[in-house]
Design a protein around this ligand. Sequence first.
Ligand code: PHE
Length: 454
Amino acid sequence: MRENFGSKIGAVLAAAGSAVGLGNIWRFPIETGRGGGAAFVLIYLGCVLLLGLPVMLSEFMIGRHTRANTARAYQKLAPGSRWKWVGRLGVATGFMILSYYSVVAGWTLHYAFLSATCGFKGKGTEDYPALFSSFSSSTWLPLMWMALFILVTHRVVSRGVKGGIERWSKLLMPALFVMVAVLVGCAVSLPGAGEGLTFLLKPDFSRVDSLTVLSAMGQAFFSLSLGMGCLCTYASYFTRHTNLMGTALKVISIDTLIALMAGFIIFPAAASAHYSLSSGDIGPSLIFITLPGVFQQAFGGAPLLSWVFSTLFYLLLMVAALTSAISMHEVVTSYLSEEFSLTRRRAALLETVSCLLLGVVCSLSFGLLSDLKLAGMTVFDLFDFVASNIAMPLGGVLISLFAGWRLSRKAIMDEMTNGGTLRAPWVRTLIFLLRWIVPLIILIMVAHQLYSGL
Ligand code: PHE
């Protein structure tokens, strides 16, 4: 018997747990800093509603209608066609993302540990770049943290949908929310925080160009876990009573709220410590190089607060990464177990071991294997580029074309109205968006990105 989520709130929290991750707390503030603060946020919200919501609804419909892993789902709906490759692409993407995502998640574990054991004590702003590069390029320590992270993910997934994924999402998501709220409270009450708040709330459209729009779209896809079958897999565990539109709106609201709250932590804290908000200070190295210094300077007079703030922050990142990693793991585990008739435990073990092996290569690409380059990129960068810039948007195009053109109107109506019990006057608009608007916009985005990258 296939399992289901046991409660509506469990289903929402599991899907929100997938969406809320490093993408919200780490990537969103970086993109916002680059894209002119509130101007970027407004464009991002537009992308979430125009592109993210239709694709999420498609994944929900396909998953719940077929109640199968993402590869089988397409086979069931379009037997004998090539559409099954959309599902397989999702499984491969999930596998790839989990391998490099676990490396960064392992770093957050190490930094939580460093912070908790007063490892930042006596260090100044100028020491953090060296601290980070010597840690990330070393061989064993990052591997150890990465392995620990993958093993925890493995344990949760191998316990199953209700006893593992749902149970832990119900526990971790509220904990995450409390941590974010406490950190926002601390950050906005810092002296000089106002400048950071103004940056986040007052749109500056002079910094917006076509690349801003592209990165807002990419961010929406990554942050909402779209285009790789993750939400399709979770939706296959929804019951017949789950309201798909309601669930999608809740997941999107939670994801956006947490991303904005992360902005309310980082920008006030950075402004208070006199970092430049729109320049390189808020770059990809933000959380491991800039932030430890920000925490120390911002709470210069109160070492205890600085300790609490930074430890809590890295724990928060770790929890957010964990619930997302669980969802990526589940895409592959459910595929392996259902397609190759393996028990859940065996399938999970197979995914864990393969992911560990690939994760080792990704982690070493910062040190021992840093000279191993494909298309000018290290293995880590290549995986990130292929997954988030190509595979996920392409998956999004295919999913929306499939839902728009191939899924029968009856199936769509059935899923959106729960067999006629809910009203869904917007179904025609949804189909129009899925058929034309969503694929067209995403294709233009991918083409532009590849073109400008050449
Ligand atoms: N949405 C997650 C984040 O914001 C990342 C993710 C991508 C999770 C794809 C699952 C699938 O970090």
